[in-house]
Design a protein around this ligand. Sequence first.
Ligand SMILES: NC(=O)c1ccc[n+]([C@@H]2O[C@H](COP(=O)([O-])OP(=O)(O)OC[C@H]3O[C@@H](n4cnc5c(N)ncnc54)[C@H](O)[C@@H]3O)[C@@H](O)[C@H]2O)c1
Ligand SMILES: [Zn+2]
Length: 362
Amino acid sequence: MENNTLNIKISEKPAYSYPIIIGQDLDFFEYIKKYTKAKKLLIVTNKTIFSLYEKKIKADNAYYVILEDGEEYKNFDSLKKILDTAIENRLERRDCFVAFGGGVVGDVTGYAAASYLRGVDFIQIPTTLLAHVDSSVGGKVAINHEKGKNLIGAFYQPKAVLADTNLLSTLDKRQLKTGLAEVLKYAFIEKSCGAELNYRFYDFLDAYSEKILKLDSVILEKLILICCTLKASVVEKDETEKGLRAVLNFGHTFAHAIENLTGYTKYTHGEAVAAGMIMAAKLALKLEMIERSYFVKINELINKYELLPELPGFDKDEFIEAMHLDKKADADKIRFILPDSEFSVKMVTDVDESLIKDCIEI
Ligand SMILES: NC(=O)c1ccc[n+]([C@@H]2O[C@H](COP(=O)([O-])OP(=O)(O)OC[C@H]3O[C@@H](n4cnc5c(N)ncnc54)[C@H](O)[C@@H]3O)[C@@H](O)[C@H]2O)c1
Ligand SMILES: [Zn+2]
């Protein structure tokens, strides 16, 4: 079957563009040959993924770094392991780092690629749905610091993203759903992304929910293509997060507070985002930015995919405090991305705290 290719062009770097190739059972090494001049490859993955896909990523010219599995390994130690392996094996400027994994592997490998020899080529092979539709597109790479997530990082674009939907078949349901929360987010921000689609993404997700949940590969490829088109449209116009890119944070102001107050371990990011989108929709309704019918529509789609977790009763003052700590908050104003009409969002600051408190439930 023909693979879909989407070309990303960054307006801040007009000469720069790279493809996202979306298909099934892609021949990774053929594509790497096509898009880089690498003699040696440094493939970074984690134990879980390596044990599932060892054969698929074996190559004679590759060195491997197999990290432990978990967000806590998106850290300096993993960065050092990657750089040490590159140095020991004398990778050169023209060689290439390959991230074979979810967002954790993608972020740390990208950051290592950005810093090794002041930047070597980097290919993303995402293995989670979240990485297919979100973390592998856009060029944000980072590691965590004990004081906070993603505090050390860069904007560094890959040479290509190879999105193979077959890899998603081994994901567990919870990981699939965490990616789906970000997928649904694109439906609610569609009109603010500045891309022309042939159909409403909301309607697509509404119509094909069963096929999507069963990982129908043709529908999944379309879904990934749409999400990448929308994210790319935003990133192409605002690579380094000066403005438009904020629309991608729909639901995230509330989500970050949920994650922060529950120690980043109780909920997946997508569960927090699903709850955060409901809270943001509630706030928009209270601010009379949207009609009740649209509020219901948002709830219906999120419920159709069963994305919402059970939340504890949060202390509302602590919740507001956690929102202020979010690194995207201005000095002392909490920034929200809220729906302002169907499938469109805008940034809102200066919201009355008592109104926010009324929305901290789902
Ligand atoms: N750079 C960005 O723009 C961006 C955007 C969103 C999120 N992120 C980052 O992404 C990370 C989260 O990414 P994630 O949700 O992919 O988490 P992850 O990388 O931790 O992967 C989730 C789990 O799925 C397992 N897994 C991965 N692929 C698998 C497969 N094919 N089959 C079976 N199991 C598999 C992993 O081992 C892990 O246990 C966070 O660190 C977040 O900060 C970055
Ligand atoms: Zn997110």
